[in-house]
Design a protein around this ligand. Structure first.
Ligand SMILES: Cc1cc2nc3c(=O)[nH]c(=O)nc-3n(C[C@H](O)[C@H](O)[C@H](O)COP(=O)(O)O)c2cc1C
Length: 200
């Protein structure tokens, strides 16, 4: 194990929001899912469900439904900035919340489980790091999480195998980045927040 390589993989992970229309090899996808499944879980619960969507028709239908449901929402004062941005973006017909990535992995968990977000976040981060290791782009996608209680989205998710007692904690768009050199942009954003204090 090389600690420097591990830190470099973590530091150079960036969000990719432009993807090539190119399928992902099964082997690479399996490695990403394996990384997610090997994330730790509270009390070793292992209740995280990975719904891997590759079917173009489903990706399109979900994108349409998400746009439709977001466009019904109002931007309110004090609304979380990214949520407000998604609501505004949904007024444009061309809005596709998953950036037309070839794969969208929805990460769901039991609604009643107190560590549902924590476990799912561990899994999502593991998958993002693995995607980076494979020279792939990825981006955390929150729209289905925000709409997890929306009846239209709920019904559609139930048809995909996410039952009502589950909630979508997050999602991950994965694919080949649409960049000049074909590699993800790996320049880290400067850390100006995330303070650290030591008590020695
Ligand atoms: C909890 C969480 C939710 C996020 N939701 C979205 C999202 O819905 N859409 C998106 O484009 N990026 C989303 N992101 C990505 C962040 O915008 C991104 O991590 C941040 O701007 C820092 O950029 P970097 O990932 O390139 O370092 C999310 C990230 C996190 C951790």
């Amino acid at each position: 194990m090389n600690a420097d390589d591990a830190l470099e993989l973590i530091r150079s992970r960036r969000s990719t929001r432009r993807f090539l229309d190119k399928p992902l090899e099964d082997e690479k996808l399996e490695q990403i899912i394996e990384a997610g499944r090997y994330a730790p879980s509270g009390g070793n619960s292992q209740t995280t469900h990975f719904l891997v969507i590759r079917k173009k028709e489903v990706l399109r239908e979900l994108a349409d439904l998400v746009r439709q449901e977001f466009s019904k929402m109002e931007v309110t004062e004090g609304m979380y900035r990214s949520l407000a941005a998604a609501v505004r973006a949904s007024r444009d017909e061309s809005y596709v919340f998953h950036y037309s990535a070839p794969v969208l992995i929805l990460v769901a968990n039991r609604r009643s489980y107190c560590n549902n977000m924590a476990d799912s976040s561990c899994a999502l981060e593991n998958m993002m790091i693995m995607a980076n290791a494979l020279d792939l782009g990825s981006c955390w996608i929150n729209q289905v999480h925000w709409l997890t209680d929306n009846p239209v989205i709920r019904e559609y998710l139930a048809g995909l195998g996410i039952p009502g007692e589950a909630c979508v904690c997050g999602g991950l768009a994965v694919g080949y980045p649409d960049t000049a050199d074909g590699l993800p942009d790996r320049r880290p954003l400067p850390r100006t927040g995330n303070p650290v204090s030591y008590i020695d």
